[in-house]
Design a protein around this ligand. Structure first.
Ligand SMILES: Cc1cc2nc3c(=O)[nH]c(=O)nc-3n(C[C@H](O)[C@H](O)[C@H](O)COP(=O)(O)O)c2cc1C
Length: 290
């Protein structure tokens, strides 16, 4: 058995052991607002519910290990002590992941992730319309656990209103775990889904993805592509050039034949096939080919 004194290993290694072992973790999709009214949306899996009376939840945006800066969500709850915690189901997992990209402060991740801002009733931050359960919360306390990279910041949230989509309820009015179809975070790039077991979502943090707001309308409002498909398309740093697209088309008889039918549905289905195999650039090439 490996027996480790936390002080003897690097913080990233310690982080990775702890997150690999304490899993699956629920995901708080936290919507906040800064003092100027700019919305922010980010996921946090250092999260759980701790009390029903009063109804309390805690999540923790940590100080970054790389440069010891704090996260926008942490700053925002200190400026405006309100947050909406939205739960994450399978249908929005890719968009949630895209929203975790380190966009500069002031960039609205609702737009980048193609999610809908729904006004709240008792707090300023917006709800995520696509999320099946949304908790409007007042921040009771922010507990900063340290001043070095990796330190957690506990955001104690009191639920003042909750919203549940009827479509996730069973015949007794309780939340049906099959219908709500929640996803959880595990170690590395792994996520959990009760229906499916575990699956991988590559971290989008290395590059600043173009975001769903930059996807051309004919693709964004496709009858075939889902929110998860768009979430993957939004992770690329740039679109392929016309030379790259031509080379791709000229090298494949199959792609040429899909394109020759001039049927948008077929083109989008082919792109979806590529996306299912995580071949995001190939999906873009087939979508952009003329
Ligand atoms: C599923 C998921 C869970 C995450 N959980 C946490 C977490 O618990 N704490 C944290 O500091 N960062 C977490 N992150 C990373 C943040 O979402 C990421 O740093 C984000 O850019 C912070 O945004 P902000 O600066 O707008 O607050 C998580 C990312 C993902 C995809």
């Amino acid at each position: 058995m490996l027996s480790i004194n936390p002080k003897d290993i690097s913080i990233p290694k310690l982080h990775s052991y702890m997150l690999g072992a304490v899993a699956p973790r629920p995901i708080a999709f936290a919507s906040t607002m800064d003092k100027d009214g700019n919305p922010n949306l980010s996921p946090f899996s250092f999260f759980n519910v701790f009390s029903s009376n009063p109804p309390l939840m805690i999540f923790s945006p940590n100080r970054k290990g790389r440069d010891n800066t704090t996260k926008d969500t942490h700053e925002n709850v200190k400026e405006v002590g309100e947050v909406v915690i939205n739960v994450v189901n399978y249908d929005i997992v890719q968009q949630m992941s895209l929203s975790s990209t380190a966009y500069p402060k002031g960039v609205n991740e609702f737009e980048k992730a193609g999610l809908t801002m729904l006004p709240s009733e008792l707090v300023k931050p917006f709800r995520v319309a696509e999320s099946p359960v949304q908790f409007e919360c007042k921040v009771r306390e922010v507990i900063e656990l340290g001043q070095e990279g990796g330190a957690g910041n506990l955001i104690l949230c009191e639920v003042v209103k909750m919203h549940i989509k009827e479509s996730v309820l069973d015949e007794n009015g309780n939340i049906d775990q099959h219908k709500i179809d929640l996803v959880s975070r595990m170690g590395g790039n792994w996520y959990g889904r009760s229906k499916q077991g575990i699956f991988e979502v590559p971290k989008p943090l290395a590059v600043l993805g173009i975001g769903i707001d930059q996807i051309p309308d004919s693709i964004r409002w496709s009858k075939v592509l889902t929110g998860n498909d768009l979430g993957k398309l939004g992770t690329v740093e740039r679109l392929p050039s016309s030379d790259e697209i031509n080379e791709f088309v000229n090298n494949s008889i199959e792609i040429k034949s899909v394109l020759s039918a001039a049927d948008e549905i077929k083109v989008h289905q082919k792109a979806q096939e590529f996306l299912n195999n995580n071949e995001v650039l190939s999906a873009w090439k087939v979508l952009l080919a003329k």
